[in-house]
Design a protein around this ligand. Structure first.
Ligand code: ATP
Length: 556
């Protein structure tokens, strides 16, 4: 009966064009949204991780990793910053779009009945808040230490570095049992957390049902009365359904997951700032050219915080600039600790460390670190190119064109030239068999690379060279060859060598013996033998046991 007149045709055309426009706009905004979301996601992650790195590294000393109270906070911040904090961006965008739809639905209801819209809005907001509170309580993050324990167990089983030992000791069954038990405990805790707040949620959901039923009943009566037309009733019902989006939880877990990282990072920054303000020791004096005379430990007392044990009790020690000192002592005597104090990684509780008469605390920490090259027993195996593994010793020069020549030269001096020669892509070879095209090195080969790194640091300006048993994995002859050259290599430098091997240590012109937090003997190999003290006893014991003191370890 009713054909379309021209006005109706225009209306329909307009509506269709509008719909096409909306669809096209939706596609364009979706694409733009994806780009923006991805960028924001990464930016937020980078920002948060960057703050953790700056806080942890900015502390200067190792306290943030070693003092139990600080270490727990550092550990937590490092962990959470790595756990997809960008989820916050996804969560917020989901949540905001749902909330906008919920509010639009409320407006729809309000066009029919403002009181109905107000009442429904109130109950949905209450339900939403309650659901959110329950979710937060049950969120894994609130007991993430338990999660951490379980995931540590899990990782023991899967780490490449530990694969040998885990299999040799037959730990697979034990690990999976332990992982299973930890997970069950976790789930039990989760079930408990979920119980709390269930009653009030049930009451609120009842309220939702009652409020919606009441509005439907009133609307039906009004429609029957004729005071509400059918179109309005449909609008009302549609709006009511849409308003449930106000309590929708989609995205809440992501928001919580992403946002809960923030207080952890802020807490780390706060404790590091507090800690640094009480222990700050980076002064303004440049370390350049130091030491020219001596490094002096003056009445230095030190114990690791929280360990309750004094390692050094008023230690006095002078290391003349340009000389080489060998340090001997039983396991745990404090040899590595001495180096940490010397490099400023630890700070004495009392006493002073003087560099050419200037307190280390008055010297700019960064410039002092550049003046000292140290390779520790647990030096880093960087999963990077051979170039980087050596070049990081003089990181400021890494981009200079001449660096490859310097790297090769340092490698040759450390006896690592043969190692480089065997690499399939030369300096570009990645030193990790886990990465494509990469190769792994033997323990001794790694040590030569690390040694080359420290020798390159000398090229970069370091004047103190510390070797804390970095050659223990070389065979005795190779180590002896290296140390035969060592005095030439380090001519003009101040060097400190820690070793358990007499073949190495006896070459130092001066040897000090650490025991009980003090230097108990001090002199050349020959003088210490004549003195018939601890050094002579250790040396003779080994020499007797193995026929030659030249080849054996100092182990007491
Ligand atoms: N980060 C730390 N926190 C608490 N105590 C530590 C820490 N590092 C070392 N210690 C303790 O300090 C003492 C000295 O350790 P250090 O590593 O300096 O000895 P070392 O002489 O180098 O031993 P080794 O010959 O075994 O390498 C040891 O008793 C050790 O347990």
């Amino acid at each position: 009966s009713s054909g379309l007149n021209s006005a109706a045709v225009a209306d329909v055309t307009f509506a269709l064009a509008g719909a096409a426009f909306v669809l096209a706009a939706q596609e364009v905004t979706r694409a733009a949204y994806e780009v923006a979301r991805w960028a924001l996601y990464r930016r937020y992650e980078e920002h948060l991780t960057g703050r953790v790195i700056r806080a942890a590294l900015g502390a200067g000393t190792l306290d943030v990793f070693e003092r139990p109270d600080l270490a727990a906070k550092t550990d937590r911040a490092v962990r959470v910053a790595g756990l997809e904090p960008g989820d916050l961006v996804d969560g917020l965008s989901m949540k905001w779009s749902l909330q906008a739809q919920g509010v639009a639905a409320a407006v729809l209801v309000a066009t029919v009945s403002v009181p109905a819209a107000a009442i429904l809005l109130l109950v949905w907001i209450l339900v939403g808040n309650r659901l959110q509170a329950n979710m937060l309580r049950a969120d894994q993050f609130t007991w993430e230490d338990a999660v951490h324990a379980a995931s540590y167990t899990h990782r023991i089983g899967l780490r490449q570095e530990w694969a040998k030992e885990v299999r040799i000791f037959g730990l697979v069954g034990w690990l999976s049992d332990r992982y299973g038990r930890q997970t069950s405990r976790l789930l039990a805790e989760l079930a408990n957390a979920r119980k709390v707040g269930q009653r009030s949620l049930t009451v609120l959901l009842g309220l939702v049902v009652v409020a919606n039923a009441a509005v439907v009943a009133l609307a039906t009566r009004a429609a029957v009365n004729g005071s509400l037309d059918v179109g309005a009733v449909v609008l009302l019902l549609q709006g009511m359904l849409g308003m449930s989006l106000l309590a929708d939880q989609t995205g809440d877990d992501l928001i919580e997951y992403g946002a809960s990282r923030v207080p952890v990072v802020l807490e780390l920054e706060r404790v590091v700032a507090d800690h640094s303000s009480t222990t700050a020791h980076s002064g303004a004096v440049s370390a350049s050219g130091r030491p020219a005379e001596a490094i002096v430990f003056e009445e230095v007392t030190f114990g690791y915080p929280g360990a309750g044990k004094i390692i050094f009790d008023r230690l006095n020690l002078e290391i003349r600039a340009g000389t080489s000192v060998g340090i001997v002592g039983l396991n745990g005597a404090g040899k590595t600790t001495l180096i940490k104090l010397l490099t400023g990684l630890e700070v004495p509780q009392s006493g002073r460390i003087l560099v050419d008469g200037t307190d280390l605390r008055a010297i700019d920490q960064e410039s002092w670190r550049r003046s000292v090259a140290a390779i520790f027993q647990d030096f880093v195996h960087y999963e990077m190119s051979a170039r980087d593994n050596i070049g990081l010793g003089a990181v400021e020069q890494l981009t200079q064109p001449s660096i490859d020549g310097e790297i090769r030269c340092a490698a040759a001096r450390a006896g690592a030239d043969a190692v480089l020669g065997g690499l399939p892509h030369g300096l570009d070879t990645t030193l990790s068999s886990r990465l494509e095209g990469g190769v792994d090195l033997s323990g001794g080969q790694w040590q030569r690379v690390a040694l080359a790194r420290s020798l390159l640091a000398v090229h970069g300006g370091a004047r103190v060279l510390v070797l804390d048993e970095p050659t223990a994995q070389l065979d005795v002859r190779a180590e002896a060859d290296l140390y035969n050259k060592f005095l030439d290599l380090t001519a003009g430098l101040t060097s400190v060598v820690i070793s358990h091997r007499f073949s190495t240590i006896r070459r130092s012109s001066r040897i000090i013996v650490l025991d009980g937090g003090h230097v108990i003997e001090d002199g050349s190999h020959e003088r210490l033998l004549v003195a018939e003290g601890v050094y002579a006893r250790m040396f003779r014991k080994q020499a007797m046991r193995f026929g030659s003191g030249d080849e054996e370890d100092i182990d007491g």
